[in-house]
Design a protein around this ligand. Structure first.
Ligand code: HAM
Length: 433
């Protein structure tokens, strides 16, 4: 019987994993300097946790089951409810602001397609305890910084809006009661045709004039500073929600200028986000060519902690999946080369030399170097072939001649240059990695 991995699940072989590891290291090395601390949490949670606030769509996508204790549990489809639960558990002792990151695997029963899988990794970066846009700007800055550090300048754009603003717009138009259907339609806007979109709005109960007015607001998108000025003229700022959403966006834009990152951000009132818990700023990151699914999604969710029985703690953050990111990096030619490498391979011409080979290997491994010895008793030619296949940088040869003089031959595999040295002197000359 031959087995294969399930549809929408991936295997990563060493060469593939080596490239991924480089990308992941770069991501973590970008997030840590901002003072985000790594957390980890279970892959399995009570299904109820997601019923409370994630929204219907995600519930239909869970890998859930009843466990042997008759509990309804699910593999996590997202991390936000879990981190919120963790904050509630220690909300008295955690120092504010709480700045956390993690990159767990998660599972969604979606139809596998380009950039959408059933198992994927998602980087989560969240700040709890900051009510103002200072935290929104910081998580956005981290997201932008990651994309820049990965060599994606010019390849991505963050699209930002605010749910309060859109809520206020609906209130001013007298259609606040149609919010759910209108938001759901807006969330689909770029996934369907213009006429399908208008049809959805009309099904939601909007007349032609209301649709026209909404479209003019949705279309005020563009570079964040200019687009905000344009949008101001279209809004009635007496509405409390509209005003607070708009002022928050203005402040956010000013902060992004201070981070020198405003050029990577657009205002786009069509960004509304599918998840139910967002209460203010919402944003998504897309490729500039507009060919791929969203790379990031995030926003402010000020009510979850309270809903989970904690004090009122505002929160903002994002999730970035690994799947679209990989597609974009490959397209931009910045996905690392998929190859493994080895600092030293110790070639022995007789099993008798194993003791010296292992002494040498252990001494080099102490210096954090990657070292392999021959574990299969192969001949010279086959050991050479294997050494090449694992990307050996330097070959150490222990042959009859070398062993007789307490020496080792050192062959640089790139230049082909070879010299012979005393084993101890060679070891002393090797620096820690
Ligand atoms: P989300 O928009 O559902 O938000 O997911 C965020 C990102 O996760 C997406 O933009 C995409 O890169 C990735 N993603 C989602 N579903 C899949 C899938 N089936 N396959 C591959 N990648 C996927 C959330 O999950 C929020 N909890 C994010 C958040 C954190 N908001 C605040 N903090």
């Amino acid at each position: 019987m031959k087995f294969q991995s399930l549809k929408g699940f991936r295997d990563f072989y060493p060469e593939e994993m080596a490239a991924r590891r480089k990308v992941l290291d770069k991501i973590f090395c970008t997030v840590r300097p901002y003072g985000f601390r790594e957390v980890d949490s279970p892959s399995l949670e009570m299904l109820e946790l997601f019923r409370v606030k994630s929204g219907e769509e995600i519930l239909t996508q869970t890998f859930n089951f009843t466990d042997k204790g008759n509990r309804d549990v699910t593999l996590i489809p997202e991390l936000t409810p879990t981190v919120a639960r963790m904050v509630v558990e220690r909300s008295r002792s955690l120092k504010r602001p709480i700045k956390w990151f993690s990159m767990p695997k998660m599972w969604r029963y979606e139809e596998p397609q380009s950039g959408r899988l059933r198992e994927f990794y998602q980087l989560n970066v969240d700040i709890f305890g900051v009510p103002g846009p200072e935290a929104d700007a910081e998580v956005l800055a981290v997201g932008i910084d990651i994309m820049l550090k990965l060599g994606l300048e010019g390849e991505f754009i963050f699209k930002i809006s605010d749910r309060r603003l859109m809520q206020g717009v609906l209130e001013s138009m007298g259609i606040a009661d149609k919010r759910e259907a209108v938001f759901a339609a807006i969330d689909k806007r770029y996934k369907i045709t213009h006429s399908e979109f208008k049809e959805l709005l009309s099904k939601a109960g909007l007349d032609d004039i209301q649709i026209g007015r909404l479209l003019s607001i949705l279309d005020s998108r563009g570079p964040i500073l200019e687009a905000l000025q344009k949008l101001r003229a279209l809004l009635s700022l007496e509405n409390e929600q509209t005003r607070s959403g708009f002022e928050s966006l203005e402040k956010l834009a000013d902060l992004l200028v201070m981070y020198r990152m405003e050029q990577y951000c657009e205002l786009d009132p069509s960004v509304i986000r599918g998840l139910a818990y967002y209460t203010g700023t919402v944003f998504e990151c897309y490729d500039t060519k507009g060919e791929l699914r969203a790379i990031f999604g995030g926003g402010r969710y000020d009510k979850i902690i309270e809903l989970f029985g904690g004090d009122s703690i505002p929160a903002v953050g994002f999730g970035m999946g690994d799947a679209v990111l990989e597609i974009l990096m490959r397209r931009a030619g910045v996905w690392p080369e998929e190859k493994i490498s080895t600092d030293y391979f110790i070639l022995t011409t007789s099993p008798q030399y194993m003791e010296t080979a292992l002494f040498l290997a252990q001494a080099l491994r102490e210096k954090q170097l990657v070292v392999e010895t021959d574990l299969l008793g192969r001949n010279f030619g086959n050991q050479m072939k294997y050494a090449n296949s694992i990307g050996t940088k330097t070959l150490l040869i222990l042959g009859e001649k070398e062993m007789a003089g307490g020496q080792v031959s050192i062959k640089d595999m790139t230049t082909g240059a070879q010299k012979t040295e005393e084993v101890i002197r060679f070891l002393d000359s090797v620096k820690n990695k």
